[in-house]
Design a protein around this ligand. Sequence first.
Ligand code: AMP
Ligand code: FE
Ligand code: FE
Ligand code: ZN
Length: 282
Amino acid sequence: MPVRIDLHTHSSASDGTQAPAEVVRAAADAGLDVLALTDHDTTSGWDEAAAAARVAGVALVRGTEVSARSQRVSVHLLSYLQDPGYRPLADELARIADSRVHRAERIVEALSRDVPITWQQVLDQAGDGTVVGRPHIADVLVVNGVVRDRDQAFATLLHARGPYYVPYHAPDAAAAVELIRAAGGVPVFAHPGADGRGRIVEDAVFDELAEAGLAGLEVFHRDNDEAQRARLEAIAERLGLLVTGASDYHGAGKLNRLGENLTAPEVLAAIEEEGTVEVVRP
Ligand code: AMP
Ligand code: FE
Ligand code: FE
Ligand code: ZN
C-alpha cells in the first residue's frame, strides 16, 4: 500500500468546520497515513490534534498557514514543525490574527448597512479562540438567507475586489520565510499558482524567497491549474525546492476532499529532517 500524505488542512481553530480531533479522525477514515494540520495564523489546534492522532492511528505534522504579502499580492506560507514557543513568530501570528478580527468586524459593519448581519452573530458562528475570517462571515450570510453557500458569498459580497473588502496586516513574505526558519520551521509556499483567488506572484519572487530560505512549493493543489503546475515544477527544479501536494481541506466549508492531492514520502522525510518539533506518530 502506498503511503498517503496530505500536508494542508484546516480545523475550527481557523476556518475549517470540524474540531481538530474531528479532522484527524476524518483523515483516518479517509485512509490517510499522515496529515498536517495547518490552520491560518495559529497553533491553537495542535494539542487536541496530537492527542487525537495517537488514538486514531494517523501520523500528524503540526503546522500553520501563515498569511503574508509580496508587494501587494497575498501569499500563504505553510510552516511545518516550527517551535510554537519561539516568541518572534508566535508574536507575529498573534498580530496577524488580531488584525484579522478587527478587519472582519469592519467588513461586517459595512455589510450590515445593506444586508442582515451582526458582529455578534459572526463571533457566535466562529466560536471561542478561532481566527476569524471571511468564511465565518459567509456562514452567517448563509444562515441569514442572504447567499446560498460560502462559494456564492466569496463570488459576490465577500470578493476581494468588492466594496466591502478590508485588508489585514500580513508580514512581507521574505521576512516571514526567515521568521519561520528562525523558529525551526520548514516554509512551503501554499497554492502559488491559485490565480482564481486573485493576483499571484511573478517568477522573480520565488528566487527571492528561495534566497530567504523557502523549502518548497505546493504544486499539487486544486487551485493550481495544469499550466501553473508545469510552471511551478520547472521553478522548483531550477531552485532546488521540494514539491508538495495537499487537499487544503476545510471540512464542509469547501469542496476539497482529504487526500485529493498527496505528497511523496521522501519529501515528507526532507521536511521532517529540517523541522524542529517531532512528527506525532501513533
Ligand atoms: P480571509 O482569510 O478572511 O481573507 O478569507 C480567505 C479564506 O477563505 C481562505 O483561507 C480560503 O480558505 C477561504 N475561501 C476562499 N474562497 C472560498 C470559497 N469560494 N469558498 C469557501 N472558502 C473560501
Ligand atoms: Fe482557509
Ligand atoms: Fe491558503
Ligand atoms: Zn489553507
